[in-house]
Design a protein. Structure first.
Length: 193
């Protein structure tokens, strides 16, 4: 029975070493700015593997503890030291699994936060572009109507050439856009670093 339990625990050590290696690789990929691929699937697969190992180790730990306490009833030799060794290995495995569980939860949170930060940057850029286009849209729609309105240029003066009205509308549209751009830069809203 000791050989079976020892082989089982040693196999758990090998699986745990693989998990720790995957955690190290995942850490490098999550914090690497150049890596653009999604890591959510890998994080969830590691979380599932850690959880399944914990479901194996938790009952095993209690059974090995019971066996260690009761083993001398079944043998004339003192086998406690052998089972204490296996019990010690199971405790180390459990501690490492707990650390791995905490680590993968941290990586999950970091990955989520980095994704959220990236999405927020994209949304802020799109919002600024949309906001800067509002004055142009309003003024061009005002002057683009086919009805007489106050301020509309009915007879196009040609002191700047045949496209004086269009140039006038473009200048009127660019002034509020430039003022908004200046205000956004001054307020620090247009930092994209």
């Amino acid at each position: 029975m000791h050989c079976i339990l020892d082989a089982l625990v040693n196999d758990l050590f090998h699986r745990l070493t693989k998990i720790e290696g995957n955690l190290d690789d995942l850490e490098d990929e999550i914090f690497d700015e150049r890596t653009k691929s999604a890591r959510a699937k890998e994080i969830n697969l590691l979380r599932r593997e850690i959880a399944s190992l914990r479901r194996i180790v938790i009952p095993l730990r209690s059974r090995i503890f019971e066996i260690t306490q009761e083993i001398n009833k079944f043998s004339k030799e003192d086998l406690t030291s052998y089972y204490n060794d296996v019990e010690d290995h199971v405790k180390k495995i459990m501690e490492t699994l707990e650390e791995s569980k905490e680590t993968i939860e941290i990586y999950k949170d970091v990955y989520f936060m980095l994704g959220t930060e990236k999405a927020n940057k994209i949304l802020s850029i799109l919002t600024i572009i949309f906001t800067l286009s509002i004055p142009v849209t309003v003024i061009s729609s005002f002057y683009g109507m086919n009805i007489s309105m106050p301020g509309r240029i009915e007879s196009a003066p040609s002191f700047l050439g045949p496209y004086t009205s269009m140039e006038f509308v473009i200048i009127i549209s660019l002034i509020p856009t430039c003022l908004m751009y200046w205000y956004f830069r001054r307020s620090g809203w247009m930092r994209f670093d």
